[in-house]
Design a protein around this ligand. Sequence first.
Ligand SMILES: Cc1cc2nc3c(=O)[nH]c(=O)nc-3n(C[C@H](O)[C@H](O)[C@H](O)COP(=O)(O)OP(=O)(O)OC[C@H]3O[C@@H](n4cnc5c(N)ncnc54)[C@H](O)[C@@H]3O)c2cc1C
Ligand code: SF4
Length: 506
Amino acid sequence: MADPRGFLTYRRADAPKRPKPERVHDWHEVYLDQTRTEAADETREQAARCMDCGIPFCHSVSAGCPLGNLIPEWNDLVRRDDWTTASDRLHATNNFPEFTGRLCPAPCESACVLASTPAAGGAVAIKRVEQSIVDIAWDRDLIVPRNPGVASGRRVAVVGSGPAGLAAAQQLTRAGHDVTVYERDDRLGGLLRYGIPEFKMEKAVLDRRLAQMRAEGTRFVTSCEVGGPAARDLSVEQLHADFDAVVLAVGALQGRDAPEVPGRELAGVHLAMEHLVPANRECEGDGPTPLSAAGKHVVIIGGGDTAADCYGTALRQGAASVHQLDQYPRPPDERDAELSPWPTWPWILRTYPVHEEGGERRFEVAVERFVGDENGKVTAVHLRQVTVRKDRESGRREVVPVSDEVIEMPCDLALLAIGFTGVEDMPLLGGLGLERAPRGNLTCGPTWETSAPGVFVCGDAHRGASLVVWAIAEGRAVAHAVDTYLLGASQLPSPVHPTALPLAAV
Ligand SMILES: Cc1cc2nc3c(=O)[nH]c(=O)nc-3n(C[C@H](O)[C@H](O)[C@H](O)COP(=O)(O)OP(=O)(O)OC[C@H]3O[C@@H](n4cnc5c(N)ncnc54)[C@H](O)[C@@H]3O)c2cc1C
Ligand code: SF4
């Protein structure tokens, strides 16, 4: 039984970060590597703040955790120092809590009953508890390969090794199927590997989980594009011949561009991923990035995770200055109950650790043009103060200047972090007879099956660019669907329906 007054006894405390001057000079994770005893003691107090509410909104898929993580249950186990059972209960709903514990924006915390009024001192630090449980479980060798008891004799191909593909593969392997994950990159992990920087999640964390999956029997093939033209690739004919079912977890990696902005063609103007991928490769030991921000004035256009990751990467590379530009107004620091009432995901200013490290964010500004020198290299951006209007009828957004003043900002490296438009155009889609929907995603029926029989879809490829937690949830759900397709019934959990959306105020 949880302590209903725990939140009055202990204050909310987030995980301590390393000093800024130290962390901007390396690629290690931002958070302090506490001793496990320290982490366990502090986490127990944080978990003790959970009241075990009658209706725990934090673990409801729509308002809180898309995985349906059993949050009050493991909070109480941690409070009672039972880390082994806490790890079991955490892994009952989440294949990779060490990824979400580090990366998730924690919609569960916005939906926590303690977040409904500031007087309660803030939500339970759920994400911190989640990370501590799994980190301690790894340290104590509680996480071991789980081999399936029986083999089904069915073969499944998973295309793409991001969190959605990995979750689907682990679930299906544990259900006894013979699973092969194909990845066109040279290393596994999707955006966990080449999008998200080391300072948010060190790749050793990913590699440790991949080793567990290998030991369980999941096979991995890298540098192999399914449907691709190269000799080492797997053809669609071979895919059909070799496998009883296929899971597409190919992501939504088509970067949004801004070809209409004058000067976009100048050298030094890039999509965000052109900066992040080689920076991550450098950390992997592949040699220096050709696109370092060292000594440069960096301008990042866009908000969100990708922009913040470019921001932190540029600071660590030794940029002369870093500016992040957003065309939208600065969100409020606290939840506005009219706009986003509890327990919905609130529209508030999201300040990532990198924003405390240097640089500057500017709101309600848009790039009017990129300015270049005689060598065709960007030297500055011209900005205008703007407002974003939404057309009531079409729903389209229009960016309108509100002043004639042109602001010039020096710029040697401009990074467009303005989102993704969906699944990339790839031969695999034509080979399977699939087309992208107008939003750029791949659609499916209620059982996650696409219009191609035996071919299922999950993760960003289905949902559009989203979050790691949704990718894992969809990977788990698609595994249930594929297991049912192959065997007629499934014991695997299915946390989300293909139409599931986060709760929002209308
Ligand atoms: C820079 C950045 C930072 C982010 N930070 C966060 C964060 O902090 N927290 C968070 O929750 N979310 C974050 N996200 C979002 C999150 O990373 C994604 O939602 C998640 O990775 C989607 O998982 P996925 O498995 O669907 O696809 P991906 O991770 O995109 O993986 C898809 C994989 O499929 C492979 N593939 C594609 N086609 C083929 C083919 N034909 N054959 C073989 N392989 C193929 C690709 O190479 C890729 O490896 C971030 C996204 C970006 C871009
Ligand atoms: S996965 Fe995300 S939403 Fe779910 S409990 Fe962890 S931090 Fe919260």
